[in-house]
Design a protein around this ligand. Structure first.
Ligand SMILES: Nc1ncnc2c1ncn2[C@@H]1O[C@H](COP(=O)(O)OP(=O)(O)O)[C@@H](O)[C@H]1O
Ligand SMILES: Cc1ncc(COP(=O)(O)O)c(N)n1
Length: 268
């Protein structure tokens, strides 16, 4: 049976992050991708030129169109921009009883532009995090959601515990922003045990869309029926390959290579 995955996220005209990264990743992992667009961004590898959010009613309408016909096997959320769009996403997830919900709490683009209004953070905590099978914050996002500061391994663990208490069944804090040099290490917590996924840090400026790509791979693997740890390991291998096999596109922070993982597996 064909597995279907829905992304609720913003469009990146540059093609490296947002729904474009998600749909490419879904395709690479053999699941059927669907999208509900929350905002259009005018963006390239140098930065964000403009953000044009959709009406929450337009987001709700896209979600109803999908919900009435095409039940997703997993859902991921990315850039949601404001509290109204967060409410529309949460309402659809509840109404259609969608499962395997991956919340990537996108807040700020790597260049510094705001992708989530400050006042929407509360809405995310109240209505969305309790629906999460997995939440995948980077370190600044985990700090903003938990009100803590993360410097040490124990700080990361504490942030995971808080996010789990907020209702996320699994918390996965990504280490791309870590100060420590040699490894990029992601920490998973399912309410019982911690599980660390560590890979050599790649020295590159081409990391635009790493978070989107990672969480899309995780959602695709959950849709395919994998258990959470195994899904997370595949997502980690997928993003490592995508960063390593750099495309050198654009003059700024370029995108990752979404076909690198498949290329390695099949020798294309
Ligand atoms: N330079 C890097 N080398 C290896 N892995 C990286 C690097 N940067 C990010 N990653 C990995 O990419 C994924 C996304 O992490 P991160 O960049 O922190 O997310 P975001 O894009 O949300 O800020 C994580 O699995 C992280 O470990
Ligand atoms: C539309 C959109 N969504 C998300 C991101 C975050 O990108 P990253 O994965 O690099 O944090 C982005 N730059 N644009």
């Amino acid at each position: 049976m064909i597995k279907k995955v829905l992304t609720i996220a913003g469009s990146d005209s540059g093609g490296g992050a947002g729904i474009q990264a998600d749909l490419k990743t879904f395709q690479e992992l053999g699941v059927f991708g669907m999208s509900a667009v929350t905002a259009v961004t005018a963006q390239n590898t140098r930065g964000v030129h403009g953000v044009y959010p959709m009406d929450a009613a337009a987001v709700a309408s896209q979600l109803d169109a999908i919900g009435e016909d095409l039940t997703p096997d997993a859902v991921k959320t990315g850039m949601l921009f404001n509290a109204e769009i967060i409410a529309a996403a949460a309402e659809a997830i509840n109404k259609y009883r969608w499962e395997n919900v991956v919340i990537d709490p996108v807040m700020i683009a790597k260049g510094g532009s705001t992708l989530l209004q400050q006042e929407a953070i509360q809405a995310m905590k109240e209505v969305l995090i309790p629906l999460a099978a997995v939440i995948t914050p980077n370190i600044p996002e985990a700090e903003a959601l938990t009100g803590t500061q993360i410097h040490t391994e124990e700080d990361k663990r504490e942030a995971c515990r808080i996010l789990h208490q907020m209702g996320a069944r699994t918390c996965l804090i990504k280490g791309g922003h870590e100060e420590n040099g040699d490894y990029s290490s992601d920490l998973l917590y399912d309410g019982q045990a911690f599980y660390e996924m560590k890979s050599p840090r790649i020295e590159t400026r081409h990391t635009h869309g790493t978070g989107c790509t990672f969480s899309a791979a995780l959602a695709a693997e959950l849709a395919a029926g994998r258990a959470i740890r195994r899904a997370a390991e595949t997502a980690k291998t997928f993003i490592q390959a995508a960063i390593e096999d750099t495309l050198e596109i654009g003059s700024g922070h370029g995108p990752t290579n979404h076909w690198a993982y498949r290329k390695r597996g099949t020798g294309i």
